[in-house]
Design a protein around this ligand. Structure first.
Ligand SMILES: NC(=O)c1ccc[n+]([C@@H]2O[C@H](COP(=O)([O-])OP(=O)(O)OC[C@H]3O[C@@H](n4cnc5c(N)ncnc54)[C@H](OP(=O)(O)O)[C@@H]3O)[C@@H](O)[C@H]2O)c1
Length: 395
């Protein structure tokens, strides 16, 4: 305990902070060491409990032999597929200034989690190494300098990692209230899709009322949300999906033109449906394999926003339409953005998306919920792409 330097108003710093650094920068090694290490992390944190303040001293021993473990989380034991995930006992999250601790009710799965397993989606600094980019839950502790939230508040949150766990520490600006009319558990399905779709096609590509919008993978977590929020904003929605059943689900959510990408050429169909003009905005998850066709499917002044490379990131591209039709091509990832940038997106989402959800016009679409211990099974389902909408984990 003498290792800890305690500041009355902030989280302690600790000589063993290399444990945290190791955990952030080399998650696989941390996972290995965590099972047998004798490392002790110390923290003295100021915890707000209702109106009561109490100092709490915690000791977490990162060892399976210790009884001082804090919580359960899914650990990526080595790079690989879902089978490398293991439910382990790990240290409790530390309450840092500007943060709250959430006791997680549910966490949403995202395709990026599959990349993280394989060591291909880096955890941003300061976040735990466990997968999980979004969650919902109840605030269990609040840092002294956070004034907008209190213990007991039900929230959902955008995470840089750590959702596959019982608890997570989150910067307060990454929180959103659970929307009225949505259950605490279902709220876990909203932050990542809402922030991704709003920050790309609305905030950046300026998709507007009366325009035409194509989203690829209409039955995905992203797609099911994009269809609904675009319809809410008076947009004509086109989408692609790989089966008649999924296309029907997209129509149920409001899609106007649904295209089976396995049977039809989406460019030809878009041109047919728009009198040869094309769509104004495309949200693309396929990358290289669709790049040339996406440019062909866009109208004059069209905007292509790329958020995924499911079809690769390199290829031979025909760039002439970019000049010929004055096209804009953009791409972005949500996870790597700065705290300030994400906070801005979250505020915009609260202003523009939350009313649509609270009016019941945009709903979280949940396909299946698994227990935390079944994380590997849940990821296997995500990989097979049998689902429509979101898959959740429940600690
Ligand atoms: N950049 C960012 O910040 C960000 C954030 C979130 C998500 N994303 C990306 O957005 C995409 C969707 O994410 P998610 O978590 O919602 O994934 P998801 O639910 O697993 O969905 C993946 C989708 O890809 C579709 N797909 C596969 N091949 C296709 C093809 N040839 N044409 C059209 N669609 C095809 C699948 O449709 P079928 O099942 O019908 O084949 C499925 O709906 C992923 O690529 C993900 O990495 C990016």
């Amino acid at each position: 305990m003498n290792n800890c330097r305690v500041n009355e108003h902030s989280t302690s710093s600790c000589r063993d902070s290399h444990i945290l650094n190791l955990r952030q920068s080399r998650p696989f090694e941390y996972a290995r060491k965590g099972r047998r290490a004798q490392s002790i992390s110390c923290s003295r944190r100021k915890v707000k409990e209702g109106t009561l303040y109490a100092y709490r001293r915690t000791t977490s021993i990162a060892s399976e032999y210790s009884s001082h473990v804090g919580m359960k989380a899914i650990v990526i034991t080595k790079p690989g597929g879902p089978e490398v995930l293991e439910l382990q006992e790990v240290p409790d999250p530390e309450l840092k200034p500007g943060h709250v601790i959430i006791r997680i009710a549910a966490a949403g799965l995202n395709r990026a989690d599959l990349l993280q397993n394989r060591g291909m989606h880096a955890v941003p600094p300061g976040w735990p190494p466990y997968p999980g980019l979004e969650c919902s839950g109840t605030i269990e502790a609040v840092s002294d300098d956070v004034h907008d939230w209190k213990v007991g508040d039900q929230v959902c949150a955008l995470l840089g990692g750590g959702g596959y766990a019982e608890k997570v520490a989150v910067p307060a600006p990454h929180l959103l209230p659970v929307p009225k009319g949505v259950s605490l558990e279902d709220a876990a399905a909203i932050p990542e899709v809402a922030c991704t779709v709003w920050s790309t096609v609305f905030m950046t590509s300026h998709l507007s009322t009366g325009e035409r919008f194509l989203v690829h993978g209409g039955s995905s977590g992203i797609g099911t949300f994009a269809i609904q929020i675009a319809k809410y904003n008076g947009v004509k929605v086109f989408c692609t999906a790989g089966s008649a059943e999924k296309l029907q689900r997209c129509r149920d959510l409001g899609a106007d033109v649904t295209i089976n990408y396995k049977e039809e050429d989406f460019v030809k169909r878009v041109k047919e449906e728009t009198g040869g003009q094309g769509v104004n905005v495309i949200l693309d998850n396929m990358g290289a394999v669709y790049f040339n066709r996406n440019l062909d499917a866009l109208s004059v002044d069209g905007r292509l926003f790329i958020i995924g490379f499911q079809g690769g990131s390199t290829g031979e591209f025909k760039l002439a339409p970019i000049i010929g039709k004055r096209l804009t091509v953009q791409g972005a990832g949500l996870r790597g953005r700065s705290l300030e940038n994400k906070s801005h997106i979250i505020q915009e989402v609260k202003t523009h998306v939350w009313p649509a959800i609270e009016n019941g016009l945009v709903k979280p679409i949940i396909y299946k919920t698994f227990s935390l211990a079944q994380a590997a099974e849940a990821q296997q389902l995500l990989e097979t792409s049998q689902h429509t909408g979101k898959i959740l984990l429940k600690p």
